[in-house]
Design a protein. Sequence first.
Lengths: 306, 534
Amino acid sequence: MLAYILRRLALSALILLGVSFITFVLLYVLPADPVRQIAGRSATPETVASIRRQLGLDQPFVVQYGHYLWNLLQGDLGRSYLQKTEVAALITSRLPATLLLMLAAITCELVIGLTLGVIAALYRGRALDNVLMLSSFVTVSAPQFVVALLLLYVFAVKLGWFPIGGYGTFAHLVLPALTLGILGSGWYARIMRSSMLDVLRADFIRTARAKGLGRGRIILGHAIPNAILPVIAMIGIDIGIFMSGIVVVESVFGWPGIGQLAWQAIQRVDIPIIMGVTLVSAFAIVIGNLLADLISPLIDPRIKLR
Amino acid sequence: MKKLILSTALATMMAMSPTLAETPTPGGNMIVTYKDDVATLDPAIGYDWQNWSMIKSVFDGLMDYEPGTTTLRPGLAESYEISEDGLTYTFKLRPGVKFHNGREMTSEDVVYSINRVVDPATQSPGQGFFGMIDGFDATAADGSALTGVSAPDAATVVFRLSRPDATFLHVMALNFSYVVPKEVVEAEGADFGKKPVGTGAFKLTEWTLGQRLVFEKNADYWISGVPYLDSFTVEVGQEPVVALLRAQNGEVDIPGDGIPPAKFVEVMSDPAQAANVVEGGQLHTGYVTMNVTAAPFDRVEVRRAVNMAINKDRIVQVINGRAVPANQPLPPSMPGYTKDYAGYAYDVDAAKALLSEAGYADGFETELYVMNTDPNPRIAQAIQQDLKAIGITANIRSLAQANVIEAGGAGTAPMIWSGGMAWIADFPDPSNFYGPILGCGGAVEGGWNWSKYCNADLDALAAKADSTVDPAKADERLKLWSDVYMGVMEDAPWAPVFNEQRFTLKSPRMGGADALYVDPVSIPVNYDYVYIKE
């Protein structure tokens, strides 16, 4: 087990190195010169050259990349050219908002998704099942931007139940979390449904029924706890996805998270921020997947880690 | 010929009567929203329209503008003298002005601030504005002390220039020459921009990254009674569409990014909402550049043909009338604008004739670069159709702003629609529309003269205009500038398309003259002079 974790961690480090290299190359070849962005439109060529020298951007690619990696090892993600702030400070200042929204969103996804999945499984093949599965398909495919604005318009602007975007209180959290919850619930509903169907066909359920247990106790006490296993692995992956940026929803609701930071940085080609957010996201995805893989054997002894 | 200009009493009186009919009521908190984070409030560094006006509220310079106008007035300077040869400027400082940390501002602070912005280590985008000061080249190269600025006593600052420059007082009103306290700058280092300390009407009391900035009234401000607001809060990370919804709901006083294009018609066609919109000109021109160093735009006939082919009225319609058609580089509200110039009239047949005169009777294929945010690609499509009508096939290259700027600087873009990157004047003087974008100095690798247009005669004329320092000859100087721009139109390196209008939406409770909400030097509003009614 320990050897497995160490091997996976080493592999993760390699993946992150690869991600950093590819991102660095892409941003390096991008025809947008950060020095000109700093120097502004009134700068003389001498000013531009002087800034380029001070930032070390006149160095060859290998030297620049090596420099970046060296700083990275010391936890230094560099400084944003446009925001004039440490990238690490920008990311950490936005982490709490993203983590909070992620937790709330996953909770919503689970509540909505698992409920619908269980109901669909119990009514398998009937009209209700079809309607639920169709609606899960619709929510999975619906554009976040539209759903977010729709919820905002109806519940915040028209009905006035929630604030129109922003951050700070529980009321601010409801609509963004609900948007993500509704949209992401489809995946969970489908997984839960098929997992429930497998379990409901299993021998131990038949045994339970033969013992004369009530339907409610069978479902709540035996079927759901067993059917939920694949869902847990999915949460790990979900964490990675959410950490890599809830770009659209954060932007619409003015939620000060990492996705919003990434979106602003991409629009303004703020290279150090793009690099930083990409690395942090890659890290989160790698760790999320690792956690999912580590949890699986704990809850299902049939899975062996090698 | 010595000129002693303006006393404190007069300046204060002007400040107290800022174009307002009603009596301003003090107090209250105004809420302004933006999509993007505020980058920095360091006056030597901040150079986007969003932080520009906030910096104006936190800091002051020797010179300033009357609120809502382009008229210069003394700021931290109480008075100034210009020597007869136009090379020496002596400023007397206003006594008793204090920084937000309580220390009194002195002439040494002014000298330090100017040195700091020219010092290459500061990496100021405004460094180039100070080129007229004696010793600039040496300081800009190695950061040594600037010889052209000195403080003979605590209340006097003397500038020596290496050449007469009529724009010098405007430069002293630029954010880049605002006065900063040395000890705070040195203590905070790179973080000064996040913890600014100035002499301005507001002090920054809270900055939560990605969320909000709170500016509170400086009770000791040297213009008594100003500002009127107790505070204003800048909320960032708000999409313009959502900001508009919040404004309609009464939660936001000024959506800083303006009315989103998709909502513009809806807002303006509702009389109740349109009543809260203030419209004004701005020192902006949108234009198409043509690279004069490469075929086919090396032929003046071709460039004139493009000028005649573009249907500017239709393009103004494309953006729902948020602009007025332009026929010359200067915007109408800029001094030096040539009122009686007709420009190139829209004339497809004449344009075709010019093209065949240049040997392109069958037209040609070229590329039109454009920034990829709405409405710019739509405008580019309109231009594309207009050019098609005279036989020019322009393929649209829609890219991120930084990439278009890069292509323009490198000279690899045959045509660029300037929208989203267009020139907005740094200060209200005609010279500001020439040097970097039409003069030979800007026609270098990485320069902002994307046409790579260089006319030595016009450069000489421009230099002559800017050496006309005597205020009595101001009209003569403006005439020279008018001639420069008429010369530019003759060579037609640009096709000027329109001058954008500004539309500021304000909440009904906001008071103050309309001019304050479309202030030519403070976008979106002049924070110091607006107030909350009731």
